[in-house]
Design a protein around this ligand. Structure first.
Ligand code: HEC
Ligand code: HEC
Length: 345
């Protein structure tokens, strides 16, 4: 029988197919491997260095004034859009916390939700809403969830200032390039459910010295504040529990996210907890009462995109809400569910 290909061509084709398959498997995107795909992390951009622009490079003009205002709002949020500012129309956050309580030092620090390079990603696909969102919508998302507030108008001066500041933070990152040190460090999975009662002991031993008895935080005295604005009652130590803290729609309410944050950054300046202790204390603080985000049940309408530690049903995988909240996560992970907080060794 006549054939169109020689044996060596056939062999070449087989070798080629195997290489392509291995490549796809290594990127977790082989069509037969799993249907759970993380959209955000699969983008392949040029990698850029983590370069924090110098404050002295902010221009001395109107644009520069807006960047400076945005920076002040970011680091003294309560002074501009907090729940106690005089102009009631500007009360957007539901707590006197600052953006930098989570995005340390104005969002400039690696691996602690730093924002260097982030501006370049927007507009970006957001799995939580299953939509492409703008940087303004992303900021409002932190206002409504991490700061338990309400959205700011997208054309308000405060929003423009925050956007200009976040844009300036990325000014040394070339367009189309990505920094690798955004977000939080990935952690290994622990092969058991987190134990909030063990976490309570850790909390009392390692957290209350700063975050206070019930995790409600400690307010500043007005003398600590170096920026003049309406209110001087920001936090010296932000609340991590209760209705002045982030609400249950916030990223920090997810167990693996909070575990990673605590493991790598808390206690502040001496982050020496073990991963297991961090896991348990994260479970404890997220078991204690806090405000409810009304829209939380509608998050991740595409169930395939739901992170494994997102603690609200529905799911399409047969695991309970309790297991999604406290773990163990290994079985979910083995099923092909992904989570960008997990290290794959
Ligand atoms: C309680 C902690 C907390 C507070 C307070 C907070 N954020 Fe966030 N923020 C997060 C977390 C967690 C994420 C999500 C990181 C992820 O998805 O990997 C995030 C994400 C973001 C992003 C998107 C980052 C990206 O990689 O796309 C922006 C922009 C942002 N926050 C801005 C702000 C601003 C502005 C404020 C203050 C108005 C603020 N945040 C307050 C925790 C917080
Ligand atoms: C030495 C003081 C100190 C100790 C002890 C400490 N923290 Fe913090 N924590 C801080 C400070 C300060 C911030 C805000 C950082 C900033 O604004 O730059 C913070 C921020 C946080 C945040 C994010 C902001 C928020 O309010 O949600 C969480 C969560 C947190 N800490 C959890 C913990 C846990 C859990 C422990 C115990 C294991 C702990 N911290 C121990 C000082 C401390």
């Amino acid at each position: 029988m006549k054939t169109f290909f020689s044996n060596s061509q056939k062999l070449g084709f087989i070798v080629f197919s195997v290489i392509i398959s291995l490549y796809l498997i290594s990127y977790n995107s082989h069509p037969f491997l799993s249907c759970k795909k993380e959209v955000k992390t699969e983008k392949k951009d040029t990698i850029a260095e983590w370069k924090v622009p110098d404050l002295n490079t902010i221009p001395q003009d109107e644009k520069g004034d807006l960047i400076r205002l945005g920076r002040y709002i970011f680091i003294h949020t309560y002074n501009y859009i907090g729940p106690d500012v005089k102009d009631t129309a500007k009360r957007f956050t539901g707590t006197n916390m600052d953006c930098q309580n989570c995005h340390f030092k104005g969002g400039t620090i690696k691996y602690v939700l730093g924002l260097i390079g982030v501006y370049n990603d927007y507009p970006e696909y957001d799995p939580r809403s299953s939509k492409v969102i703008s940087i303004q919508q992303r900021i409002n998302s932190c206002l409504m969830r991490s700061m338990n507030g309400r959205p700011m108008p997208e054309n308000s001066e405060e929003m423009n200032a925050l956007v200009e500041y976040i844009k300036w933070l990325s000014s040394l990152v070339p367009k189309g390039a990505k920094t690798l040190e955004q977000g939080l460090p990935k952690i290994n999975l622990i092969n058991r459910a987190a134990d909030p009662s063990a976490g309570k002991i850790i909390f009392n031993r390692y957290c209350t010295t700063c975050h206070a008895e019930n995790g409600q935080g400690v307010l500043n005295s007005s003398s600590n504040v170096d920026v003049k604005a309406d209110s001087s009652q920001g936090y010296n130590f932000p609340p991590i529990m209760g209705n002045k803290s982030f609400n249950d729609g916030a990223g920090m309410y997810r167990l693996l996210m909070a575990t990673s944050f605590i493991y790598s950054k808390m206690p502040y300046n001496a982050a020496d907890l073990t991963l297991e202790d961090s896991y348990d204390v994260a479970a404890y603080i997220n078991t204690m009462p806090r405000s409810n985000f009304p829209g939380v049940k509608d998050d991740y309408p595409d169930l395939l995109q739901k992170p494994i530690d997102f603690p609200f049903q529905p799911y399409d995988d047969g695991f309970s809400e309790v297991q999604h909240k406290y773990g163990p996560y290994q079985d979910m992970f083995d099923m092909g569910e992904k989570n960008n907080m997990i290290k794959i060794d």
